[in-house]
Design a protein around this ligand. Structure first.
Ligand code: SF4
Ligand code: SF4
Length: 478
């Protein structure tokens, strides 16, 4: 390693040659395996606690049932979704669409303000990789240097034993994740059936578990950082989502350059970076953050911890690598909660409230009422007119609903064909027909707007407006 100071000129004609190649691919296009050193420090500790919370949520949510119904379910094959115990149907597509739009706006605003905070702190790929698989690897194979030595060593009994232990542990963990993942799709009770009943009755389920386990295993044992640096679409969008005011993990080149080996000389012309490469050694994507913002950076903060440790060791202030914006670094400012961030946070909260209100006020029963096609009005005796209607009802609840229909604010009656109520089974669609009978003296125009109340017992579920057809005014109805 050169002892000469190296100056990264970030402001004027920066040397961007590092962008011509991937840190994890060599000149021949072969994958360079990343041996990331185990991070230590306050950020890593807090991330560990956050990951515990994340794992507790992830592994318990599919097992929470309310009134016999999963609290969360994402049954994509059957288009059935349950969020917070509420069943969502294809009829709720507009809520789904709005959720997607909110999600996209959320991502754009959040990233513009806070960079890849999500990737480093809560993305399942990062958390599983860094907080589970990587930790198991450290426990079995040792830290980065030992792993490198072991990989370079010939295949001895010891190496076979260590590698076998690691890969079996990885597969078992992938199997656990695959089962959890599947229980979000089919429900934990259905998963339990696959596990406990004869396998011949659940071949598709079994195959799904094996495929998911193998995919997870391949991702965490082999693909690893490639998922973030090559495959993840969110990572690819960073160049358009970030701007100079976005909060990123950044190297303070103003303070750090010109870098060079540590010296105690008071009159040294060097900056604070002692060129120890600790920030590079801990980086799970093998980049050198001192080169500037890079798409491969997943904002994991490992380099912040590493650099803070080095700064403390040499008696210099922490924060040479820190959360900051590019503007903040060029002006030598620490990260601030700017007006722009406040604005975006406010907007994100507003969007969340709108979506939350929509979800909370979503109707449990969707009904459509239409007059029977091709039929006008009929006379009933000398003093009444009737119209025939068809009703379609989607029951999104987990209980059967005996639905009755009443006229709101109008004298008259409803005659449901086949009985006083229409029974709609839970999570199914039902239909029926009914007559609305109105006194003839109430009909003064060809179309009279009426309001029909849908009731379960005395509980009003919904009110639907429709038209009642009568004779054209002035015509003789006899
Ligand atoms: S540069 Fe730092 S924050 Fe970015 S991925 Fe590497 S270690 Fe994590
Ligand atoms: S850890 Fe800090 S001091 Fe060491 S090379 Fe990285 S930026 Fe420089």
């Amino acid at each position: 390693m050169s002892a000469e100071p190296v100056i990264a000129d970030h402001e004027n004609q920066p040397d961007q040659s590092f962008r011509d190649s991937l840190a994890t691919v060599d000149a021949k296009g072969k994958r360079k395996w990343v041996y990331a050193q185990k991070p230590e420090g306050p950020f890593y500790r807090v991330r560990t606690y956050v990951s515990w919370f994340f794992f507790a949520l992830l592994f318990t949510l599919p097992f929470i049932y309310v009134h016999g119904q999963p609290f969360f379910l994402f049954n994509i094959p059957n288009a059935k979704f349950i969020l917070f115990g509420k069943v969502f149907w294809p009829q709720d597509f507009f809520i789904f669409g709005l959720t997607m739009v909110t999600f996209v706006v959320f991502i754009i605003l959040f990233t513009a303000a806070f960079g890849r905070l999500f990737c480093g702190w809560v993305c399942p790929q990062t958390i599983f990789m860094e907080m589970l698989f990587r930790k198991i690897e450290y426990a079995i194979e040792g830290n980065a240097a030992k792993q490198k030595l072991l990989n370079a060593a010939p295949w001895t009994g010891h190496k076979i034993a260590v590698k076998t232990t690691k890969y079996i542990s990885f597969y078992l963990l992938s199997f656990l994740i695959a089962n959890t993942f599947l229980s979000y799709i089919i429900g934990s009770k259905a998963l339990w059936k696959i596990i406990t009943e004869p396998l011949s009755e659940h071949l598709v389920g079994l195959l799904s578990i094996i495929v998911f386990s193998t995919v997870f295993y391949a991702v965490y044992a082999y693909f690893r950082e490639q998922v973030c640096t090559v495959i993840c679409p969110y990572g690819r969008l960073q160049s358009v989502l970030l701007d100079p005011n976005s909060m990123i993990v950044a190297y303070d080149y103003k303070r750090g350059e010109p870098r060079g080996k540590f010296t105690k000389q008071e009159d040294s012309q060097l900056g604070d970076c002692i060129d120890c490469f600790q920030c590079v050694k801990v980086c799970p994507t093998a980049i050198d953050i001192r080169n500037g913002t890079q798409m491969e950076c997943v904002s994991c903060t490992a380099c912040i911890d590493a650099c803070d440790h080095m700064m403390t060791s040499v008696g210099r202030p922490k924060g040479l690598i820190r959360y900051a914006s590019e503007q903040g670094i060029s002006r030598g400012e620490k990260i601030k909660y700017t007006t722009r961030m406040r604005l975006y946070t406010g907007l994100l909260c507003l969007l969340s409230v709108i979506l939350g209100t929509l979800l909370a006020t979503r109707k449990d029963v969707d009904a459509t009422i239409m007059r029977t096609p091709g039929m006008l009005y009929q006379e009933r005796g000398k003093d009444s007119l009737t119209n025939l209607y068809n009703i379609k009802i989607a029951n999104k609840t987990i209980n059967d609903i005996p639905l009755s229909i009443k006229l709101e604010d109008l004298n008259g009656k409803i005659e449901v064909i086949g009985g006083p109520t229409i029974r709609v089974k839970k999570e199914e669609e039902g239909s029926g027909s009914f007559f609305v009978v109105l006194p003839i003296e109430r009909i003064h125009q060809r179309k009279t707007e009426i309001r029909l109340g849908l009731y379960e017992g005395d509980r009003k579920i919904d009110v639907i407006k429709t038209n009642f057809l009568g004779p054209v005014p002035g015509s003789d109805s006899d």
